[in-house]
Design a protein around this ligand. Structure first.
Ligand SMILES: Cc1cc2nc3c(=O)[nH]c(=O)nc-3n(C[C@H](O)[C@H](O)[C@H](O)COP(=O)(O)O)c2cc1C
Length: 433
């Protein structure tokens, strides 16, 4: 029997011909490091230099936005239209820093749609005028996109992919998960259009499929075109696991090189194993999920019935044994890890040389408090604060890494939440548009 280390050290060949040196991927984490002009800078380069030395075979950038009026955070990189020399040089330096030790890097491309905060845009564009049912006033009521806007937004995604190729990235990942624009088109709850961009699943998937097909035609055959897809939105009447299996098949037929499986959205942030609606969900979690750690693995067997292309699963993996089993028994190809890379920049190497078999992601330190103030608080507003606080904690660690510092394990969840709110507001205010 092969050891977990041997299994995780295997290279992975993609349909486009690219070979990723091992099965560990640093999954996408929004960096928030861009200044008011939303271009890559020396802090991105330092962050990806460190992650490039982490032992992961693949790096996926935090989401890069295709429209500076629609940002997921004020500090996002935005690629909308032709790029100036400084922007191109920043991206090229970031890509080569990540690749210096032989890893690959893909740019994650996104548009947040209705998940754009008011401090960025009070009237975000979305498939339909269905607003988020959360956020305590943080999000504006969306304006339905016109057909022209839809076409322009598809073209903007293709343009960003072409820029990624020009600047040395090995591929792109379109972010069709977590409730952002592509995911909003897919869901019958957020897409109630009656034209060709809505209606049945085929109509709702058209936006994503056009982005993928047109990108495949625009880039070289060896460039990886991939998608992050929800296994489910975990909402009654939303994008379901059956829908996900069908869309994954269509993506395979359209020449996608890998699918990364995730789940949830801002209303149900299951991507970080958080249940806003049901604070007791963790206790009820299926025993199998508990043992397998990774909380989207249960969706893989159905998906694998037809899917032959490489599959990555992200969310919850923390032990080499769970990762090895997922490859051997569930037939996944890559293991996505996000939070661990914020607290240990050598985590890939340490897993692959056997120095550690279990990762401590320090998530206990991200709690804003206990009892009523805990993530399982009966008060939904406080549960929301915990989810933002947890993200804020990891954002602060990313800032430290980008500034050449080590992670601060003593940072409290409450302090991180305060810092996060202040930085986000200041960056949003400073954006040059
Ligand atoms: C700080 C932070 C930022 C994130 N940013 C992104 C992002 O830009 N794009 C994305 O697809 N997922 C993003 N995610 C989700 C992760 O890619 C991943 O799906 C999730 O954290 C579960 O993996 P983990 O348990 O290994 O952390 C982010 C997660 C965290 C913690």
């Amino acid at each position: 029997m092969r050891s977990d280390i041997e299994i995780l050290s295997d290279s992975v060949k993609l349909p486009c011909g690219a070979v990723i040196p091992n099965r560990i991927c640093k999954a996408a984490m929004t960096e928030g490091l861009a200044g008011p002009t939303n271009i890559a800078n020396e802090r991105h380069v330092e962050l990806y230099r460190r992650w490039g030395e982490s032992g992961a075979g693949l790096h996926i950038t935090g989401n890069v936005l295709v429209d500076r009026w629609h940002l997921e955070r004020g500090g996002n990189i935005a690629i909308d239209g032709p790029q100036g020399n400084e922007a191109l040089a920043g991206l090229a330096d970031m890509a080569s820093a990540a690749k210096a030790k032989g890893a690959h890097i893909w740019m994650q491309i996104n548009h947040p749609g209705r998940q754009t905060q008011k401090m960025i845009n009070k009237r975000p564009s979305a498939p339909s005028n269905v607003g988020l049912k959360m956020g305590n006033g943080r999000f504006g009521k969306p304006i339905p996109m016109t057909e022209d806007e839809i076409e322009n937004t598809i073209a903007a995604h293709v343009n960003a992919a072409v820029v990624a190729e020009q600047t040395g990235f090995d591929g792109v990942q379109f972010h069709a998960a977590h409730g952002y624009l592509m995911s909003q088109f897919l869901s019958p709850l957020s897409n109630i259009r009656t034209d060709k961009w809505g209606g049945d699943l085929q109509g709702r998937a058209l936006f994503l499929m056009e982005i993928v097909r047109r990108t495949r035609d625009a880039v070289k055959p060896g460039f990886a075109v991939t998608v992050k897809l929800n296994s489910s939105d975990f909402q009654k009447g939303g994008f379901s696991d059956d829908d996900s299996v069908i869309v994954a098949d269509w993506l395979q037929d359209a020449g996608v090189d890998m699918i990364e499986l995730s789940g949830g959205n801002y209303e149900q942030p299951r991507m970080i194993d958080f249940d806003r609606k049901d604070p007791k969900a963790d206790k009820k979690k299926r025993e199998s999920t508990r043992k397998r750690e990774a909380y989207f693995l249960d969706f893989v067997p159905h998906l694998r019935e037809h899917l032959k292309i490489p599959l990555m699963v992200t969310g919850g993996f923390r032990t080499a044994s769970a990762m090895g089993r997922a490859v051997e028994e569930d037939n996944i190809d890559m293991v996505g890890l996000a939070r661990p890379f914020c607290v240990d920049t050598d985590v890939g190497t340490r897993l692959l040389n056997g120095e550690i078999s279990k990762i401590n992601d320090m998530s206990e330190n991200t709690r804003i408090g206990r009892g009523l103030l805990s993530p399982t608080s009966p008060i939904s507003f406080l549960r929301d604060l915990n989810a933002w606080g947890e993200l804020g904690w990891y954002y602060e660690q990313i800032y430290r890494l980008a500034d050449g510092k080590d992670p601060d394990y003593d940072l409290t969840g409450f302090k991180a939440l305060m810092a996060f709110d202040k930085t986000e507001a200041a960056t949003a205010k400073a954006i040059a548009r």
